[in-house]
Design a protein. Structure first.
Length: 102
């Protein structure tokens, strides 16, 4: 099964590093994406805001130097935010590669 996503955009919020119960560092960034895409032969304006999840020491180091307003490209996989309530309907991008664009 395939689950791969590449998004570019602007970082609009950075949350503090937290640790999972197992002690793994984890950080959430919020990415705002804006583009024009073709759909059914018509140009469409696309706007989306999605949480980026960085996990582990390498993931946290990849975000070093990123500030609100930074332009980035994030590659990773999509997963739901949680298993209960509204969280099971929200998606987040778990980052495997992060590129600074500015």
């Amino acid at each position: 099964m395939q689950n791969q996503c590449v998004l570019t955009g602007q970082v609009v919020a950075i949350e503090p590093v937290r640790h999972t119960p197992g002690g793994v560092p984890r950080q959430r960034l919020w990415l705002e994406h804006r583009s024009r895409q073709q759909q059914a032969g018509v140009a469409r304006a696309v706007e989306a805001r999605i949480a980026l999840i960085l996990a582990g020491e390498a993931g946290i180091r990849a975000a070093a130097g990123i500030r609100e307003g930074s332009q980035i490209q994030a590659t990773g996989f999509i997963a739901r935010s949680g298993h209960k309530g509204e969280a099971q309907d929200r998606l987040e991008l778990h980052v495997q590669e992060l590129v600074h664009l500015d």
